[in-house]
Design a protein around this ligand. Structure first.
Ligand code: TXE
Length: 468
């Protein structure tokens, strides 16, 4: 079985123990990852602390290193794609796109200006507001986009002058471990340490005295635990948590035209995207046409092992997640909803679930109120647009949402009433390294990407020179 090392202080380090990593397409363990010991975690944080001293003082070197890191990921995208598919399940072409995109994210950040503002310059005083790095960052990532979400943190954190200890999910440690080893050739030792392990490694990181900042992407429940753990030591936190994104279809929308786009943004990564469309609100008059058009899209999807040619949708990443999606669908069906297509898990090895379009589910059904995070989409009827907006906003979530219609100005107006971090019009899931991304309510604290995300890895310092 392939074994990857952790990267601590620029060296590849084996674990005293290891744990199995399961291929979600087969349900079988296919690799092992190191289980980081408390002493190894201490060593990782210590090497990050030591590296911080030199790293924070040389912005040009940081920019050059991030470019080199991004170039390396882009060049190795096809080599790393099978590693990502093997542990995560996504089709090979999507895995290659994730690795390439992660490299692009690093390169974009390599060139970003660090905010710096003169707020007073007169006979009495000269006052600047600058952004200083925080020190060591603890970064914790989930299993849906292991590498992309890691690079959302690595790019800005390292550019700002911080160093990092990064921990991937125990479901998907391999690509991140491989990238840690790869980037040791272009980053100074200790700047980016990668550790892996089963829980409670994440909790040990948030409780550790060295990091000054925790950047976390994952579930709402764990995010709340991270915030509580960080508060003892007043560590700064950025929390990128779950979503239950609504898409509101306006009465002037064309179902045939928007169905492929809605399907694409709901079933991307097999629905395992924090900001995927998770519920569609549609006026009564368009309901049947839209449901049929979405079902056609779902029927055309090719579900299978992501390593196989032509597969568009792989397995769910892990058995608990597949079981959760299946339970939400079964609950909706038991309460009177209809699976227009799909409707349950796929028999056989691996964690597959049929792409499912549900009609007849509504608010109050768990699959509408909660985050399903999988390939099952409820299409919910509404009577008035005002009511649809109210229902879209009526959850604990507030990551993103979208409004779809022929009159884009009207759609824009409706979108502005959505209580969420990103409100899209006639699109969804459109993200960019320069565009902030974050959630309100239980969907998160703080933002990632763009100047706003970069600022989250800094502290404000006022420099005030008296002139009197
Ligand atoms: O996430 P967890 P899980 C949602 C999705 C899914 C659910 C559970 O709905 O069904 O979360 O997924 C680490 N302190 N999302 O259980 O537990 C853990 O090792 C610090 C949405 O995998 O939140 C992993 O690295 N860290 C999400 C990371 O936290 C801890 C993407 C996330 O794991 C920890 C994935 C602790 N006490 C799932 N306990 C999104 N926003 O996109 C665990 N971890």
């Amino acid at each position: 079985m392939t074994q990857y090392g952790m990267t601590i202080g620029g060296r590849s380090v084996k674990g005293e123990h290891s744990f199995d990593v399961v291929n979600p397409a087969t349900g079988q363990a296919h690799a092992q990852a190191p289980d980081c010991s408390p002493a190894q975690l201490d060593a990782a944080f210590e090497s990050a602390r030591t590296a911080y001293r030199g790293w924070k003082d040389d912005l040009d070197a940081r920019r050059a290193a991030l470019h080199a890191a991004g170039d390396l990921l882009m060049a190795k995208a096809n080599d790393l794609a099978p590693v990502l598919t093997g542990e995560q399940g996504k089709p090979l072409q999507d895995a290659a796109a994730e690795v390439f995109g992660a490299g692009f994210w690093l390169k974009h950040h390599a060139d970003m200006p660090i905010p710096h503002e003169v707020i007073r310059d007169d006979e009495a005083a000269y006052v600047e507001v600058v952004r200083r790095p925080m020190g060591v960052v603890a970064a914790i990532t989930p299993w849906n986009f292991p590498l992309m979400l890691a690079c959302w943190k690595v790019g800005p954190a390292l550019l700002a002058g911080n160093t990092m200890v990064l921990k991937p999910s125990p479901y998907t440690p391999l690509t991140t471990l491989a990238v840690g080893e790869l980037l040791a050739s272009v980053l100074p030792p200790g700047v980016l340490n990668v550790v892996s392990g089963r829980d409670p490694l994440g909790a040990q990181m948030t409780a550790h005295p060295v990091p000054r900042k925790v950047s976390f992407t994952g579930s709402v429940a764990t995010g709340k635990r991270v915030a509580a753990a960080a508060s003892d030591d007043l560590k700064r936190v950025t929390l990128e948590l779950g979503g239950n994104d609504p898409a509101i279809v306006l009465p002037d929308a064309d179902p045939a035209e928007i169905a492929p786009k809605l399907f694409d943004r709901a079933f991307a990564n097999n629905g395992q995207v924090c900001s995927a469309i998770k519920r569609v609100y549609v006026p009564d008059a368009l309901h049947d046409d839209l449901v049929e058009a979405l079902a056609d899209q779902a029927r055309a999807a090719k579900v299978g092992d992501g390593m196989e040619e032509g597969v568009t949708h792989g397995p769910l990443n892990n058995a608990p997640q597949r079981d959760r999606v299946a339970a939400l669908v079964a609950d909706a069906l038991a309460r009177g909803a209809t699976a227009v297509t799909g409707g349950g898990p796929v028999e056989g090895p691996g964690f597959f679930h049929e792409p499912t379009i549900l009609a007849g589910a509504t608010d109050g059904f768990a699959i509408v109120d909660e985050e399903q995070f999988g390939p099952a989409l409820p299409v919910v009827r509404y009577s008035t647009v005002e009511e649809a907006v109210e229902r879209a906003n009526g959850t604990h979530f507030g990551l993103s949402g979208s409004v779809w219609g022929a009159d884009a100005d009207r759609a824009w107006e409706v979108a502005s009433a959505l209580e969420c971090g990103t409100a899209w019009v006639n699109t969804h899931l459109a993200v960019h390294p320069g565009q902030p991304f974050g959630g309100v309510k239980w969907s998160g604290v703080g933002t990632e990407n763009g100047t706003w995300g970069l600022e989250g890895f800094t502290e404000v310092q006022v420099r005030h020179r008296n002139r009197l």
